[in-house]
Design a protein around this ligand. Structure first.
Ligand code: SF4
Ligand code: SF4
Length: 190
């Protein structure tokens, strides 16, 4: 069966520390001023002493219906054999069509390589070595879970089947593969 790699971000466990951002930057040589992954922190909400924040993962959503692939004139933006949308750097001509078309506005031009860049779940580095994406590995609260949703025994499949999750802007029809467990007031809990 084809793989369907997904990322789950538990917004209830997240503390907004940005360790995932830093690890991603190091693993993927992402220069300052741009990012493949950030956690957007908003708040505080509520009133003292019951304040809380919200944490949202901002990264490529690995869309099932990917606008970036549709508009790329050279095939540089493509879905690999593992079903992950990534980039063939040698084919990218820097036209930025994918940057303009990205449903979630998370594609960017890498100012060093001059190639369109974004999160690809570390597919050509860590995944190839049988390791988890860098962000998952460093998260101090285990807020990130990654795996093949088509494998019913995987942790991600079980989370999606049993927990309340949501995906960002599903009304846009891109069918994102980043799932989010919404935060409950009160902090870390499973
Ligand atoms: S490393 Fe984990 S806890 Fe820290 S910001 Fe990223 S997802 Fe949230
Ligand atoms: S989020 Fe943007 S870059 Fe990622 S697959 Fe969707 S359209 Fe492409």
């Amino acid at each position: 069966m084809n793989k369907r790699y997904v990322m789950v971000h538990d917004e209830n466990k997240c503390i907004g520390c940005q360790a995932c951002n830093v690890a991603c930057r190091t693993e993927n040589d992402v220069p300052d001023g741009v990012a493949r992954l950030q956690v957007r922190v908003e708040g505080p909400f509520g009133e003292m002493p019951n304040l809380h924040y919200s944490y949202a993962r901002i990264s490529c959503q690995q869309c099932e219906d990917a606008a970036c692939i549709k508009v790329c004139p050279t095939g540089a933006a493509y879905r690999n054999d593992d079903g992950i949308i990534t980039i063939n750097k040698d084919k990218c001509v820097g036209c930025q069509y994918c940057v303009a078309a990205c449903t979630y506005k998370v594609r960017f031009m890498n100012p060093v390589t001059r190639v369109a860049d974004k999160c690809n779940f570390c597919t050509d580095t860590r995944l190839k070595r049988g390791e988890q994406p860098a962000c998952v590995t460093v998260c101090p609260t285990n807020a990130l879970v990654f795996g093949d949703a088509n494998d019913a025994s995987s942790e991600v499949a079980q989370i999606i089947a049993t927990r309340a999750t949501y995906r960002d802007k599903v009304h846009l029809g891109a069918e994102p593969r980043v799932y989010r467990i919404p935060a409950k007031k009160g902090g870390i809990a499973s």
